[in-house]
Design a protein around this ligand. Structure first.
Ligand code: SF4
Length: 283
């Protein structure tokens, strides 16, 4: 670079506002340039070692210019494998009502444990061919630890014993099994909450699996909801068969609903439902 060029550079830097320009010693400049030079050498050495690219041979299936292209063979897409999850066993092998009751123990798995007096597990014949499932214990049941012992329970007993006698079916209430979706009394007899039904429903399902009845009678919409996972009410569900794990289910009104004075039609329908399920199981 001649002196004129240097002057031009300096005036250019001054215009930019650069006041001090340092000049590195020749030895430092040489040292800084070393790695750069080494890299360039290595790169050129590598370039020299690289074999020259040979023109690619045409593939055997390549089409010559002007030739008619053969139909393209489309490889069938591999089907995605469908993994069918196995049904989770609800109950341990050889499960018994005694074992389920022991597993419940002094249960505090849901909020219903706070206000209950007694857990109402269920009662009746362990080998029953027919199981009645209600909603949850009321005040009398909570006090005695037994299901359906209050007014609604007495009506249920009359319905079972009376209908069976009238239809010539030799069974009594003690021949069937009776339990509820939840085993502890909901405060103020409110409807059990979904999480309470889900948690306690595990025990109901184990009870049903252990008994393996020929049919189940769901008393009221809560029992129907727990067994059939439906939002439909009793009026829509009754009068036809449903299934819970291959076990036929009939849905009818809860006895406490039938105790209300204005439900005459529902009483007649509940008797029809009961006749139907009794004949199905015991004929
Ligand atoms: S309702 Fe069922 S899950 Fe809840 S505390 Fe009672 S026994 Fe346990």
């Amino acid at each position: 670079m001649n002196p004129d060029q240097v002057r031009q550079y300096l005036s250019f830097y001054q215009d930019l506002g650069v006041k001090n320009i340092y000049r590195r010693k020749a030895s430092e400049a040489a040292k800084a340039a070393e790695p750069l030079a080494a890299g360039v050498v290595a790169a050129s050495a590598a370039g020299a070692a690289k074999p020259a690219k040979t023109p690619a041979k045409p593939a055997p299936w390549a089409i010559e210019p002007g030739a008619v292209a053969p139909p393209t063979l489309i490889k069938p897409a591999t089907k995605p494998q469908i993994v069918v999850p196995e049904l989770i066993p609800l109950a341990p092998t050889g499960d018994t009502l005694l074992q389920i009751s022991a597993d419940i123990g002094d249960c505090h798995r849901c909020g219903l444990s706070k206000a209950r007096s007694k857990i109402v597990f269920g009662s009746g014949n362990e080998r029953a061919q027919l199981v009645f499932v209600g909603e949850g214990p009321g005040a009398d049941e909570d006090a005695q630890g037994l299901p359906f012992v209050g007014r609604a329970g007495q009506l249920l007993t009359q319905m079972i014993d009376g209908t069976a006698a009238k239809e010539g079916i030799p069974i009594h209430r003690s021949d069937v099994y009776i339990c509820n979706v939840v085993k502890c009394r909901p405060p103020e007899n409110r409807t059990p909450l979904p999480d309470e039904m889900e948690i306690c429903g595990e025990f109901l399902f184990r009870q049903l699996m252990a008994i393996q009845p020929k049919a189940i009678c769901a008393l009221g919409s809560t029992a129907a909801k727990a067994l059939l996972a439906t939002k439909d009410g009793v009026t829509r569900l009754r009068g036809k068969w449903h299934k819970w794990r291959d076990i036929p289910v009939i849905v009818t009104f809860h006895p406490s609903y039938l105790l209300r004075p204005y439900n005459q039609d529902a009483k007649r329908e509940a008797w029809e439902d009961l006749k139907r399920v009794l004949h199905f199981v015991y004929d």
